[in-house]
Design a protein around this ligand. Sequence first.
Ligand code: ADP
Length: 396
Amino acid sequence: MTDIILVLNAGSSSIKFRIFGMAGNELAPLIHGQIEGLYTAPSFVAADQEGARIGEKKWSEGAGFGHQGAIEYLGEFLRSRREGYRLVAVGHRVVHGGLEFSQATRATPEVVDKLEKLVPLAPLHQPHNLAPIRILAKSRPDVPQVACFDTAFHRAQPEAAQAFALPAAITERGVRRYGFHGLSYEYIASVLPRFAPLAAAGRTVVAHLGNGSSMCAIQAGRSMASTMGFTAVDGLPMGTRCGNLDPGVILYLMDELKMDARAIENTIYKQSGLLGVSGLSSDMRVLLASDDPHARFAAELFTYRIGRELGSLAAAMQGIDALVFTAGIGEHSAPIRERVCRDAAWLGVELDPAANAGGGPRISTDASKVSAWVIPTDEELMIARHTHAVLAGHPS
Ligand code: ADP
């Protein structure tokens, strides 16, 4: 029998999972996979650590499947494995911990009720993150569940970095900058000393560039500022999200185009960013392979805005010692890293083109004043670590 921690990252239409074996204090990744198309045509796939496919199933009908069906099937799959697993805990990615939760916590029914109240702060993510917690609380009340928050890492930011210049009464309602992708940044901060010990003790900007993109200033392991604010639509342009927007634009859309909140939500979350600007795709690979001027402009706008935010985050720390790229685009797109590093020459970044083409980890020259790195992120491992720590009574 192997003791395992199950890590779940549940979205509106898919659940990603990863299984870690526990041997003492060691966490070993064993299986990963996902169930997609939860409400349309569900499909399940699982692979072992070597990437070999060990499970696959498709359903023709999504009606009635949903998160419940996915969790049930995952249980069935685990029970069917010959290795014999004992589920000791489930760790969940929860996008919003609000003001109260600055560290991972047991997802008791009282905690889940509190997290439910944060749904208006992250309507597109929070309800789906909480769904599996409620389902498992019913079917496996014996198994402890731990909620790990994307906001928690940023709660250590200085007050000014978390505040909007709004009337105090509005700020007191919790309208402030929370920041997201915290599990990714925390993971990078945890491994950075292995790559760049001096920078890890100093000032680093991490660019998490994926479908959702943000950047974070980290000083001696502590989040100092981030590009995402009250919601995950702020900051950089993303696959389909617009990023920074003059709030006056929202008023214009309401007054002149008669758009209501839902229509604006759809525009700024789903129809903007790389997709909206290019009119072609939200996938950076497609844009970089295209000759279409709109596709080129979308990629240009993306790197331009990264450069602007880099300057702002560097200012929040009075300079930088290292720049780290991570997530889908950050880890895999040498051309985007090259453009960002070239634009950051003024800060002291000197790219090593061959190292960049090779994927790093170090992609700056030895002489570069600011070192640049490619470090794959691992949010699931961070969740498993938090879950393990909470079980052991040492929440981190
Ligand atoms: P998520 O935010 O959904 O976790 P990921 O971090 O996995 O996303 O990033 C997915 C995105 O990474 C894709 O939409 C794609 O645009 C981009 N991507 C992946 N590989 C490459 C590549 N080789 N070149 C450019 N972009 C890439």
